[in-house]
Design a protein around this ligand. Structure first.
Ligand SMILES: [Zn+2]
Length: 298
């Protein structure tokens, strides 16, 4: 099932890797949850966004395929196949038909001209590479892979004693970034960067210091915000951080300004981890914000 949203003359297609319950209970995934406020949202969260029997938030991991002005862009590349991630059970040694789903959307790996990794966590860089005869090679042979210089400085294992200190992070970098760099396809960008007049990269720090988002300036607009927000309940509660948000106050400020921007402009929000229908517009309410889910085809 191909899900595509029209944004001006651009199309945005969701390429799914996986949807399911988190490994942790809800307050493990979002430690700021205040239970009585959380439970006010059960009516719309169950069953697509929350499994009350197991107390698990349900999240997706998908890429956004944007076709705009002759470009074919992939935003974030999920966890990837065959990657050893024993510390991340949901992403460990996956074998999923991600490339078949890309093909079903009418795109071959060679068609992708630009990959943007909003940040370098394992679930955003995995399909940067694939295993070929025992070697990791770039999945998208004709693409420039963009990610922020600040983000690279955060994760590059060759800096200081990082490799010894953070072997898990080094493993992600080694199998998902280094082969792209070796192939000459990596492009380190500033956190403000123009891909062209319709596609602009902007800072979205907090989840990680170097996270960026992508603004699509067509029609009503679209914002591809990576992990600035993980779950739609955070639209109502922008101060609730995810467990992986490295800079708590910065993450809250980024999330709030993202929601304000969407509410003011009407732009659609395309996060990486929202479960179905995956895309929201943001409405302003007296008490803050509310998500308005937007089904594919709209
Ligand atoms: Zn993520």
């Amino acid at each position: 099932m191909i899900q595509t949203w029209q944004v001006g003359s651009a199309t945005v297609t969701r390429i799914e890797e996986q949807v399911g319950p988190n490994d942790a209970v809800a307050s493990g995934f979002i430690p700021d949850i205040v239970r009585e406020r959380f439970e006010k949202h059960l009516d719309w969260m169950v069953p697509a966004h929350y499994d009350p029997g197991r107390d698990r938030l349900i999240t997706s991991c998908h890429s956004w395929l944007i076709r705009s002005g002759g470009r074919t862009i992939l935003v974030d590349t999920c966890g990837g196949n065959h990657k050893e991630r024993p510390w991340l059970p949901r992403f460990h040694m996956q074998d999923r038909p991600y490339l078949q789903r890309l093909a079903a959307a009418g795109v071959s790996p060679a068609d992708i001209d630009t990959v943007l990794c909003t940040h370098l966590h394992a679930d955003h860089v995995g399909w940067n590479t694939r295993l070929e005869n025992g070697r990791w090679v770039p999945t998208f042979p004709n693409a420039r892979y963009l990610y922020s210089r600040v983000e690279d400085e955060r994760w590059n294992p060759e800096i200081g004693d990082r490799r010894a200190k953070h072997p898990d992070r080094a493993r992600v970098y080694d199998d998902s970034l280094s082969p792209v760099i070796a192939a000459g396809q990596a492009v380190l960008i500033d956190m403000e960067h123009e891909i062209d007049t319709r596609l602009q990269v902007r800072p979205a720090p907090g989840h990680t210091p170097g996270q960026v988002l992508l603004v699509l300036r067509e029609g009503r607009g679209g914002i591809f915000c990576g992990d600035a927000i993980h779950h739609p309940v955070q639209v109502y509660e922008p101060s609730w951080n995810n467990r992986a948000d490295e800079q708590p106050e910065v993450a809250r400020a980024t999330r709030r300004s993202l929601l304000e921007g969407c509410a003011d402009s009407g732009a659609l929000l395309f996060p990486t981890h929202f479960a179905a229908p995956h895309v929201v517009a943001i409405e302003r309410r007296a008490e803050g914000f509310a998500p308005k889910f937007v089904e594919a085809g709209k």
